[in-house]
Write a protein that binds this ligand. Sequence first.
Ligand code: UDP
Ligand code: MG
Length: 339
Amino acid sequence: MQTATLTTRALKLSDKSLFISLIVPVFNEQANIERFVAELSQFIQAYTTKWEIIVVDDGSSDNSAALIAALPVDLNVKLLVLSRNFGKETALSAGLDHCNGDVAIIIDADFQHPFTTIPEFLAQWSQGFDSVYGVRTDRNDESWFKKTFSNLFYRLSIALNEVSIPPHAGDFRLLDRKVIEALKKCPEHNRFMKGLYAWVGFKSIAVPFTVQERAAGKSSWNYRRLLGLALNGIFSFSNLPLRIWGLVGLIISSVAFAYALWIVFKVLFFGIDVPGYSTIVVGIMFFGGIQLLSIGILGEYIGRIFTEVKRRPNYLVAEKKGFEDDALRHSRAGGNPGC
Ligand code: UDP
Ligand code: MG
């Protein structure tokens, strides 16, 4: 069975019949996008005759969508314009929901992910791996603060999460159809893709790559967004912070109980002495702080439950271009191409 899959995969690669979906999230990339799509489509033709480049315009406020819509049809580019900026994680899900390939390759529009890694992804896929993820070999382009922050995040998530997220793996990766379908079954609103890729599992392997300089424009990540993503990564994938506070509560109440016994003992044997005001003040502040902290942790979860129970769609599509054939195919099959 396994060898049969291997030969089919190798065959598809060698006779260039593998249908490859390239998923490109775009947010204000007007300086890059035309050259990027043209070069990507040129590059991929060395490996297949069947490809689609799904560009997800994540509510750009510049001219990106219009530039993509005007690209020549023979580049096989499809455009999905979201109704506003939903964030990269959601844009990627929109792309995956709308792709038809045997495999999907997720790649940034700013030339930071080298095309030359794509053949390595394909080679690993043909060896039987369903999820092939790029791991950045160096993070030299980043500030000390960002590097320390990301190392801390990975340490914490490894310690807390039930699934381990491979350190320094990003969204640059190849996913087999099996993995795409599995990801489509994860309907959550608080999407943290790195966690979801790890959660769905499947046979995975890392491929190292060196991050390139951004060709033009500037990165849209700021510390507020990064912090939001990191919190999502921790609280959407682990209940451990909740449990830790249960444990802390237990330890503190045991200590308090022992202390109460000690006071009773002291009063009985040595009589009443001057009450310790400082102990009381420190005690009140300490417990007040602990309570606020644990309420904050509860709040992180409740906030996430709140967004999940509203059951709003994860994204809304304002405009589609190039998906006409897909709609026809879906209506024949009786399916729904999604919103
Ligand atoms: N992006 C997006 N939505 C956003 C932010 C970014 O689709 O809200 C896209 C962006 O156009 C690019 C990719 O995600 O193709 C990576 O973003 P960026 O280069 O800003 O991040 P960095 O490389 O600094 O992590
Ligand atoms: Mg970038």
